[in-house]
Design a protein around this ligand. Sequence first.
Ligand code: GLA
Length: 392
Amino acid sequence: MESLQLKKAFKEIYDAEPILVKSPGRINIIGEHTDYNGGLVMPAAINKAVYVAISKRDDSEIHLFSESYQEKYTGNINNVKIADKAWANYILGVVDGFLKRDFPLSGFNLYMYGNVPLGAGLSSSAAVECATAYALAQLNQFAVSKMDLALIAQKAEHEFAGVNCGIMDQFASVFGQRDYAMMLDCRSLAHEYIPLKLDGYKLVLFNTNVKHSLSESAYNERRAQCEQGVAWIKVHYPSVQYLRDVTEEMLLEYVKPKNNETYTKCSYVVAEIARVKRAAIALKDGDLDELGKLMFETHEGLSKAYQVSCKELDFLVEQVKDLADVLGARMMGGGFGGCTINIIKEEEIDQLIQKISKAYLHEFDLVLSAYIVETGNGSKIIETATIAEHTP
Ligand code: GLA
């Protein structure tokens, strides 16, 4: 949908002049399940996004319309509560976040359209949250930093979607830059842009097109296991806040004797944080072989130790593991479905997609979708009705 069409669709429903904002989905090159452990991640924004058209109202009502679901929702600023429509909750959670931070919000009309594939692990929900946060900040000229927008968006996910996620997805959606990956330190929130130079290779996503129902409960459960590990160590090392602050030796001494499963999970996280550091060096050095190797290692850890993979994801990684033209592959995101991310030699991509699709169909009777990743920019205003373009 072009911005012109979005504007037209908005006007047809609300008879008002909107401002238009977009916020993208994301990929993650490496650093999985490390964000809520204060660790390192390496995401990039993609060129698929959620678009929001928004205008102020004279009253305190909230009017929302989702193009994808062809549904509307009506509520009120004075009584923001969890709705029975999941898509609306991502927006309402952001409204709630602004109100809790005492930003003066009045009623608004919002029309949302998106082309981030849903349920694919590309953070379409973070894109909705960040687009909403950015749009409300622009509409009301709130003095709020980009990082605070990401944090408000993350809180919406916690409180209105029930997923205790880390900051990676919302950070990537707000801060993304075309042709760059970002290494984010989720403890200090310091970040560095790293050019995504993959000469002769491309990042390709294979979408399993499954999302197992376990995903949300298991996610919160993993997070709780990590926190338990930290709590046991904290008794002996009071300054430890996250698994980021922990060494394998500490895990062996204080977590393994208490619970071997918790130990295995925590140990994966500690190893993964170390891998992100090595991956950043490899990417800067143009050592794609090393980067790829690290991605395979991550998959192994996520599948066997952290146990957030599934048979469809494992199958896709297994299929490419021994191919010389595939430097690395792993499941991406929270797990239990969604995509694998692969580094594939450019001229081999088409035939490989055909081959893997055929094998996947044969094995699971499911259609595989493949996307060649194009990176994109983070949250931005694309058209303004009454105010000048600027970045908050
Ligand atoms: C989901 C969460 C992120 C992150 C990843 C796993 O995408 O939203 O915060 O924890 O899973 O790395």
